[in-house]
Design a protein around this ligand. Structure first.
Ligand code: SDX
Length: 429
């Protein structure tokens, strides 16, 4: 039994063999390029649409074991962070690699709290949207527009500049999200209140009306903070891949983050929580669940909030959110859609179609029910995902900028178009 950490590849087209090193369970795709059939051969590529089996980076931020349903931020299990930490504590951990001391957390919190305001012109920008504009479209556009307020953000190689942009974005995304929400309601914007927590201030900017000082229900404030923790990062998901890819061109983090938020908006990704609520509403009652499951198995519909590229077991975040739902409903009101969700889960977890495909509830299956109980319209759900994921996107961007192995992302392709041909004059087309 060889103990060498290598692969021996025999190219049966030429009889040649190649020895390729294996490190951390992977081979370097560039080591395949040497495998050629002749001097004019470009060399072998690895073909992997949607990157289903491609590691695009080394990362120390988040670890997921899809088979065991494990999720760690910087080594800390998500269950323990959800139980004992606050979102800003977790954002610090994700960004800096260690849990903060009380002094470090106080300083980080002070910094974030004092960057929550946006330039008054941002309001003029947002006022230009239609009354029924989707808040995620407003969020993406306004985050991108922030890049025009901070030209110094283009200096990515200076860590001091990077840290300032990171603080600004973590602090301002709740303000932008709340302004978008107030815009679609036709209500005046509510400004940040520096006396409140991150989640408490967000609720203040969303729901403050005529009271001089808004105070959220502590149970709701804590539930939102835990939801933020659960959504903070998730290794190389679609939107993080977008953040890294766009950021690899050297663009400022505001523009890169707008790209990441655009990816998150998709119904297969962060837009799934909105799609779940619409799905539950269309099913309408637990009695109609079997018919809907039949449609899913016939390929006529997707069971939104189920399935995951990595988790082939129950998403650990979904377990926590499902437990939280009861706590939130005790304070708000039970969601009429909860029995439908529970019946869908009950049937799907036993049905051979889902079991064989290892389809389990993911983070989006129950989160929307809580958001709805907290009074959010479904259009706000992807925005509520983007707020905490801003910390993860920025940590991943920061890691990419500082990674000596990384450079501008530029995949190759397998060309399937026509061979070279001469231009055809109009008369001969
Ligand atoms: C998030 O990557 C991340 O980490 C994302 C995320 C994060 O925190 O960043 O966790 C957040 O995006 C969670 C996922 C939210 N999306 C949804 O809930 C949308 C519904 N789910 C699916 O669209 C799907 O499961 C994906 C997109 C999540 C994963 O798709 P994959 O890995 O490409 O799997 P697949 O489409 O190849 O499906 C494998 C099989 C297929 O059946 P066959 O063609 O083999 O017969 O499972 C079926 C699919 O048709 N399938 C589903 C299904 N998901 C997969 N069938 C019905 N309903 C579903 N939800």
């Amino acid at each position: 039994m060889s103990t060498k950490e290598t692969l021996t590849i025999v190219d049966n087209r030429t009889g040649k063999s190649y020895e390729v090193p294996v490190a951390d369970g992977a081979i370097r795709a560039m080591d395949l390029r040497q495998i050629k059939t002749g001097p004019d051969d470009f060399g072998l590529l690895a073909y992997d649409p949607a990157f289903t089996n491609t590691a695009s980076t080394r990362s120390a931020i988040t670890y997921i074991d899809g088979d065991k349903g494990i999720l760690w931020y910087r080594g800390y299990p998500i269950e323990q962070l959800a139980e004992h930490a606050t979102f800003l504590e977790v954002a610090y951990l994700i960004l800096r690699g260690e849990l903060p001391t009380q002094k470090e957390l106080d300083e980080f919190t002070w910094q974030v709290t004092h960057h929550t305001w946006v330039h008054e012109n941002v309001k003029k920008f947002m006022d230009g949207f239609h009354h029924d504009a989707h808040p995620m479209g407003m969020f993406i556009s306004t985050v991108a527009a922030l890049s025009t307020f901070y030209p110094d953000a283009k200096v990515n190689h200076d860590s001091g500049h990077r840290d300032l942009q990171i603080l600004r974005l973590i602090a301002k995304v709740p303000t932008i999200a709340a302004f978008a929400y107030r815009h679609i309601l036709g209500q005046a914007y509510a400004y940040p209140d520096n006396d409140l927590s991150y989640a408490g201030n967000f609720l203040n900017m969303l729901f403050k009306t005529t009271e001089l000082k808004y105070k959220a229900d502590p149970a709701i404030e804590r539930a939102l903070d835990v939801l933020f923790i659960l959504h903070a990062d998730h290794e190389q998901n679609c939107s993080t891949n977008a953040m890294r890819s766009v950021g690899s061109s050297g663009v400022d983090p505001y523009s890169a983050l707008a790209g990441a938020a655009a990816a998150l908006y998709g119904p297969l990704h962060g837009g799934a929580n909105e799609a779940v609520l619409r799905m539950l509403r269309s099913v309408g009652s637990p009695a109609r669940v079997p018919e809907f499951i039949r449609q899913v198995k016939a390929g006529e519909a997707k069971l939104m909030g189920f399935g995951h590229r990595v988790y082939k077991n129950y998403d650990p975040r979904a377990k926590i959110i499902k437990r939280m739902a009861d706590e939130v409903f005790a304070v708000t009101r039970p969601s009429p859609l909860l029995p439908i969700a529970r019946e869908l889960e009950h049937i799907a977890l036993q049905d051979e179609y889902f079991v064989t495909r290892k389809l389990y509830p993911n983070v989006d299956f129950y989160s929307g029910l809580i958001y709805e109980a907290l009074g959010f319209p479904v259009e706000m759900f992807p925005v509520l995902f983007a707020i905490p994921r801003t910390a993860g996107w920025l940590a991943q961007w920061q890691e990419m900028v500082g990674d000596p192995e990384q450079k501008i992302a530029r995949p190759r392709q397998i060309y399937t178009g026509p061979a070279c041909r001469d231009f055809k004059p109009m008369g001969r087309r």
